[in-house]
Design a protein around this ligand. Structure first.
Ligand code: 59J
Length: 572
């Protein structure tokens, strides 16, 4: 009996087990199917909403400072407000307050988010780079789907003053011009990333882990002296305004190191104001624009003359009657200077005198001098956009080319190259690489003109600034100045124009042991005066008066009859 009772019950149990064995996996398969296929989107959204996310952490961009550590470009923290359109949800009141804080219209915000939501976007900036305390107020509104992102904003404390050197970055903090562009890799650092836990509404609930720390960019010390930069800016701007000029450039070099101490242009721009960013304003004309140097190259014609052995300091050149015919052209001086020495050719800036020299020597040797002093080559300054200008190199020379090359036509240079060529005269013949980075210690150069000749030429250049020269307005009380004026007609549609000039002055001080070289180029002065001696030379004087005092350089020209104690006591 028992067997009979047991048999059905055990069969029943086996049946249950069999059913279970077969149905449980089936149920699991069905459930799995349900989870993986039917409910996939819903669950994934839910999961993602609570997921761990990796967000970028911006790196701090390095500072740009002047040679004394004064800031020229700094990065300050700012916050950007962004939304996840799919999660964003604000009450009317919240939207109103948000709009008010961000200085936007409620309708604007609504529309923007709605359109991004439709496009399926997960990220949209509402407002970038706002004050962190304002951003905090936005977060306190507790609007789902809104977050803040820490960024850095570039600020240029010197505004227009150092704008062309420093350059600027774009909204994403990437260098676009100037040092910001050239040294972008050095300054920028590397962004980090952070794991954060986000809630169902897309808000960052808590930072979980720093996956990668951001690495701040490195600071950069420039050779610029902010005080000299400011002086140069002020005086160049004044001259461009006063002479109604189209543009102007100026640069100061340290003779011992080849460092660029100041570099300015007009027109200028304020790098803190994006509306100012137009090429004609932000182009660093000192390195990007070339011109025919005109009479400022006459000292190098004299160098070639001395090197040829055909000329001595005492050689007399007859420039009467103040003009000369060369082929079909006539070369003119502004007056008849008669018999001249090399020194007076420089002091009075005689085109006829320079031409007579050039027609006596091998013209290829004059081009070689131009090459040696760095014309037609980059200065290695490290500034972006620098052009090389052009040398004159015909295979067959016509007399008129030989003549005009001697007083600066047929080649083109930048203001920076012109300054560097005078640095050769200032440093006993050494051609040095120029630099926009701070240099510590003496910078070696290559000897390209003999020390003896450069000394003789410096003496002649003193005559330019002394009474009777063309550059008297470059004089600096208490100092001997050596320099050269230049006034060149610009090339227009129909040859050399009669109303567009480039006025220049380039010089050095103290003349016997030069410490500073400065070049000034002013394009198209439209006022009463346009000679380099009237337009550019005064800029040299006013900047150098301040610069020599700031750098504590001792005067080398003491008054001839100093007031004595006896004289002061004479009133007794
Ligand atoms: C000049 C030229 C143009 C090019 C002449 C400037 C030539 C020439 C063909 C007349 C103004 C002017 C190749 S002058 O720089 O001689 O700086 O203080 O532009 O001569 O042959 O009404 N500079 N400038 N010449 N061209 N071609 C003098 C001189 C110079 C001065 C003044 C007066 C020219 C002293 C220039 C200055 O030294």
């Amino acid at each position: 009996m028992t067997e009979q009772v047991h048999k059905p019950s055990s069969r029943f149990r086996i049946g249950i087990v069999l059913v279970l064995v077969l149905t449980v996996p089936l149920a699991l398969i069905v459930r799995a199917f349900d989870l993986h296929v039917t409910n996939k989107t819903f669950l994934q959204e839910q999961g993602d909403a609570r997921a761990l996310r990796s967000i970028p952490v911006a790196a701090h961009r390095g500072m740009i400072v002047d040679r004394h550590g004064e800031p020229l470009a700094v990065s300050t923290p700012v916050d950007s407000i962004w939304a996840q359109p799919q999660q964003y949800k604000a009450t009317t009141r919240q939207l109103y307050n948000l709009a008010k804080l961000l200085d936007l219209k409620p309708q604007q915000i609504k529309k923007l988010i709605a359109s991004k939501k439709q496009e399926g976007k997960e990220f949209v900036y509402l407002k970038r780079r706002i004050n962190p305390s304002l951003a905090q107020k936005v977060i306190e509104l507790e609007i789902p789907g809104l977050s803040i992102q820490r960024e850095y904003r570039r600020y240029y404390p010197t505004g227009e003053v150092a704008a062309h050197v420093v350059g600027f970055t774009n909204v994403d903090d990437v260098g676009q011009e100037g040092i910001e562009l050239a040294y972008d890799q050095w300054l920028k650092g590397t962004d980090g990333s952070q794991l954060v836990m986000k809630d169902r509404l897309g808000r960052v609930v808590k930072p979980v882990d720093l996956i990668k720390s951001p690495h701040a960019g490195k600071d950069l010390v420039l050779s610029i002296d902010r005080r000299l930069q400011y002086l140069t800016y002020r005086e160049l701007k004044r001259a461009v305004f006063e002479h109604k000029a189209k543009s102007g450039s100026a640069v100061i070099l340290d003779v011992k190191t080849g460092e660029i101490l100041a570099m300015v242009n007009q027109p200028a721009f304020n790098p803190n104001n994006r509306a100012d960013l137009q090429s004609y304003r932000y182009r660093n004309r000192v390195v990007t624009d070339t011109f025919e140097p005109g009479s400022t190259v006459k000292p190098f014609t004299v160098a070639a003359a001395l090197e040829s052995g055909k000329f001595k300091l005492s050689t007399v050149i007859d420039t009467s009657p103040g003009y000369m015919r060369v082929g079909k052209s006539v070369i003119r001086d502004i007056k008849n200077y008669g018999r001249m020495t090399l020194a007076s050719v420089i002091e009075k800036s005689s085109n006829v005198g320079a031409s007579k020299i050039a027609l006596t020597i091998d013209p290829n040797n004059l081009v070689k001098v131009h090459q040696r002093i760095g014309f037609g080559d980059v200065t290695q300054s490290g500034l972006p956009g620098e052009v090389m200008g052009s040398l004159h190199q015909p295979r067959i020379w016509r007399d008129i080319e030989r003549a005009t090359l001697s007083y600066g036509y047929g080649l083109s240079v930048t203001t920076l190259q012109l300054a560097r060529s005078y640095l050769v005269l200032a440093s006993d013949g050494m051609l040095k690489p120029l630099s926009i980075e701070l240099q510590t210690g003496h910078v070696e150069g290559e000897s390209v003109i003999s020390a003896k000749h450069t000394k003789q030429i410096r003496e002649m250049l003193k005559g330019v600034v002394a009474q009777g020269g063309t550059g008297t307005k470059a004089a600096v009380p208490g100092f001997h100045v050596a320099g050269k004026t230049g006034t060149v007609k610009k090339v227009g549609k129909h040859g050399y124009s009669d109303d567009k000039y480039v006025s220049t002055f380039v010089g050095m001080v103290p003349a016997d042991n030069p410490r500073l070289v400065m070049a000034i180029t002013i394009h198209e002065p439209r006022g009463e005066h346009y000679y380099g001696g009237a337009v550019a030379a005064p800029v040299f004087s006013s900047v150098m008066v301040g610069a020599l005092r700031l750098l504590d350089i001792s005067p080398d020209k003491l008054p001839k009859k100093p007031a004595t104690f006896a004289m002061l006591g004479g009133a007794q």
